[in-house]
Ligand binder design. Structure first.
Ligand code: HEM
Ligand code: HEM
Length: 275
């Protein structure tokens, strides 16, 4: 966050995000969208996850299946042995008006019809873009100390985490120069934890990388475990996005979006309004 008051303008405006953070953020949004949708296409080719080196078909961690019943086709999702009827969304959904046995529905996969080879091509194209974009962000953020300065919370912020949670529950969001402690902790978990892990587990599954660094697959306890962790990371990313976008919307949508596009952010001044 390059937080300098804009000269000649209202002192209530600051520069919140550097041009690098803004550009890499929006490239990231495009990459994640295509990675998720093409990843779900890949998942649909075999909609079940396992732990270990090999697929133990009798003991999946997660499985999506379809079966015919006297009342029509049914979709079922099984997580750790517990089954749920997910007809119409998971296991069985409609495409061109016809019921199909498929893990995730057509509206959330790229391409929409079942085609593993094309899904893989999209996935690997955006994986490279995501990797390069993330590497540029990390290298620059370490060099400029952005991560340390803006994403690692201070002790005083951590001690005041209770009141911050309480403010969030009451939907009160002060507009300050710094991210609040909850933002810092979640952003840090994403940029230093979940996003690097999704890259590493993705590389672990790639046969080319396997040949160069064979021990990577051992680190994750086998190919199937890497695939399951990759999927769990994707799920965490989706949960993050839902909460992240919801908070962007309720905490001053235009102020937030403007700051992530132009860098300009309106902070609260004593007795001032909340933008
Ligand atoms: C550099 C980043 C990434 C790399 C190298 C990568 C690589 C891979 C590979 C190799 C596969 C298995 C392909 C196959 O079996 O044919 C895969 C599957 C998948 N990826 Fe990624 N991926 C990356 C990022 C992501 C991200 C950011 C997401 C989600 C937001 C994601 C979601 C998925 C999903 C849902 C699957 C399907 C799981 C499966 O059935 O194997 N990937 N990815
Ligand atoms: C349409 C979707 C998205 C919107 C509208 C959005 C919007 C924003 C905005 C407005 C901020 C600045 C928050 C502030 O100034 O208080 C921000 C920061 C951030 N967003 Fe997003 N975002 C989106 C998707 C994503 C995705 C997909 C990711 C990663 C998976 C992500 C990760 C981050 C991170 C890590 C930051 C902090 C950046 C830093 O300072 O280094 N966002 N986002």
């Amino acid at each position: 966050m390059a937080a300098t008051a804009l000269e000649g303008r209202s002192p209530a405006f600051i520069y919140r995000h550097t041009v690098l953070v803004r550009i890499t953020h929006w490239i990231n949004v495009v990459c994640i969208t295509f990675l998720l949708m093409s990843g779900l296409q890949i998942f649909n080719a075999h909609p079940a996850l396992y732990v270990g080196q090999k697929s133990d078909f009798d003991h999946p961690v997660l499985a999506m299946t379809a079966r015919n019943t006297p009342d029509g086709p049914v979709g079922e999702t099984t997580i750790l042995g517990h089954s749920f009827d997910t007809s119409g969304i998971l296991g069985m959904s409609y495409y061109d008006g016809v019921p199909r046995a498929r893990g995730f529905p057509s509206w959330i996969t790229v391409p929409s019809y079942q085609d593993l080879a094309t899904g893989r091509r999209w996935h690997f194209f955006f994986a490279w873009l995501f990797f390069i974009n993330g590497a540029v962000y990390l290298a620059a953020s370490l060099a400029t100390r952005h991560i340390w300065r803006d994403l690692v919370p201070s002790w005083s912020q951590i001690r005041a985490i209770g009141p911050t949670i309480w403010h969030h529950l009451k939907l009160k969001f002060p507009h300050e120069r710094e991210y609040n402690v909850l933002q810092k902790l979640t952003y840090l978990t994403m940029v230093a934890g979940v996003l690097p892990l999704v890259v590493l587990t993705g590389l672990t599954m790639s046969p080319g990388v396997n040949a160069i660094v064979p021990w990577l697959v051992e680190v994750f306890g086998g190919r199937q475990t890497a695939r399951t962790i990759h999927f769990i990371c994707a799920t965490l990313i989706v949960l993050f996005i839902l909460v992240h976008v919801l908070l962007v919307l309720v905490s001053g949508v235009w102020n937030n979006l403007r700051s992530m596009v132009t860098g300009r952010y309106r902070v609260d001044v004593a007795g001032g309004d909340h933008g």
